[in-house]
Design a protein around this ligand. Structure first.
Ligand SMILES: [Zn+2]
Length: 444
């Protein structure tokens, strides 16, 4: 009741830019202005959209904010029940298809197409959001094609992908394209401080719970290394926020992961120093082994934790104390909720791939810095790996500009091979061996 009053009180003022449902979107002023214009002129509204931006650019958050603004009676105030339920992904008319597996299955898309044809129940639109439309085979895409070309009168499709080139031209040409900008380091820093700085809601109310959770994680890994309270960099200082924003290179999601998990920042440091320290092929083989072992362990741990959370949630929802109390009649439902072993393996594969993708970004950042230094552009473009500036400078002198660019291309080749189901171990070994700089008697 009181919530509705608040909503009514705030709805008098129309939401302006970066307010209401748009308030958590970082560094996308132009895109927000464009989408707000669309919301205000529904008579010209396109019904199929393709939102592109690199992983971590927050494209799904933009899709959700757009959906919330379209469903909201006040154009996206961010406070009414409709806005809040869309953003929480619980609105009955807004469906988000995300995949924990490596690809989106044809059955998932068929189910989505089927429900897209139903009339919306609460708001003016039935909105279907697909998080990674690039994770679809051509056959699956064909199921979607007709719907995207001619959606039902009250249906809107919002497809998300890293880049327009990752989507089949047949889909691309039927959608209105929205390209997200890469937010600047300043914008990401400000966002991190607002979310996790000393004055943030997080620092005041959720930090203790976050630490307790992080300690449980550390314990369950039995690594023996405990993060002492206050040693996790939280609440963020401006220096740490800036460092996280810099190494995340405009990826909001990644910046948040760094802010909440110092171990990830340390792992990144190991990769970067390892790449800078490559002297011979055997160094490459050793580093590849380390990266793969760590990625597998992390993926296994993450999937295990997710399934423990799901199990816990199931027990709470059914008023049970432990898994031993589950009556035979609920066993099947329990297994469905927690996921089969095969599903968990698929999920782990996807998590592992995402980690390799991050590692490849870290490796590429070294050669990106080298190109910047060689072009004498550090003043304007900035250096990502400030912590290793001397080593980066030394390598920039040893490599020719051509050799630096070749190395960036080698990273992209490895990325394609790993995404295309290659053996991560072999592909990383080949890459890291190819990155070893030419022999130099002064440095070897
Ligand atoms: Zn609203």
């Amino acid at each position: 009741m009181s919530e509705e009053k608040t909503a009514a009180a705030t709805s008098k003022t129309a939401p302006s830019q970066s307010q209401g449902v748009w308030s958590s979107i970082v560094g996308q002023k132009k895109v927000i202005a464009q989408l707000q214009h669309e919301v205000k002129h529904p008579e010209e509204l396109a019904q199929s959209w393709l939102l592109t931006g690199p992983p971590g650019s927050g494209r799904v958050n933009v899709a959700l904010a757009f959906a919330a603004a379209l469903e909201c009676p006040n154009g996206g105030d961010g406070t009414c029940k409709s806005c809040r339920s869309v953003l929480a992904r619980t609105h009955p008319d807004v469906t988000v298809l995300s995949t924990s597996g490596v690809t989106i299955t044809i059955d998932q898309v068929r189910a989505l197409v089927e429900s897209s044809e139903q009339m919306p129940s609460l708001g003016p639109w039935r909105i279907m959001i697909i998080e990674d439309v690039d994770r679809m085979t051509e056959r699956t895409t064909n199921v979607l094609l007709k719907e995207v070309e001619e959606p039902a009168p009250h249906t809107m499709w919002i497809l998300c992908a890293p880049g327009a080139q990752d989507v089949l031209p047949t889909i691309r040409s039927r959608c209105r394209l929205v390209t997200l900008a890469v937010p600047s380091t300043d914008e990401v820093t400000d966002f991190l401080l607002a979310q996790y700085g000393p004055d943030s809601h997080f620092a005041k109310t959720r930090l203790a719970a976050h630490r307790a959770h992080a300690n449980r994680q550390t314990k369950s890994k039995k690594s023996g290394k405990q993060t002492a309270h206050g040693d996790d960099g939280l609440p963020l200082t401006p220096e740490i926020a800036r460092q996280d924003a810099r190494i995340a290179q405009g990826h909001i999601g990644l910046a948040v992961l760094y802010a909440l998990n110092r171990q990830m920042v340390r792992d990144r440091g190991v990769t970067v120093r390892g790449v800078l320290g490559l002297r011979r092929s055997s160094d490459g083989v050793v580093l590849a082994g380390k990266i793969v072992d760590s990625a597998r362990a992390q993926a296994k741990n993450e999937v295990q934790q997710r399934s423990e959370q799901k199990s816990q949630q199931f027990l709470v929802e059914n008023g049970l104390k432990s898994t031993r109390d589950i009556p035979p009649a609920l066993r099947g439902a329990y297994n469905d909720a927690v996921g089969k072993a095969a599903d968990q393996r698929r999920e782990a594969t996807r998590v592992e791939r995402d980690i390799y993708d991050r590692v490849l970004n870290d490796i590429a950042s070294v050669y990106r810095d080298i190109c910047v230094l060689q072009a004498d552009a550090a003043g304007s473009a900035g250096i990502v790996n400030v912590e290793n500036r001397t080593a980066v400078q030394n390598l920039a002198i040893r490599l020719s500009p051509r050799q630096a660019i070749d190395r960036l291309q080698a990273v992209e080749k490895a990325r394609r091979r790993i995404q295309g189901n290659g053996s991560a171990q072999l592909d990383l070994e080949a890459l890291l061996c190819a990155l070893v700089p030419p022999f130099d008697p002064l440095h070897n």
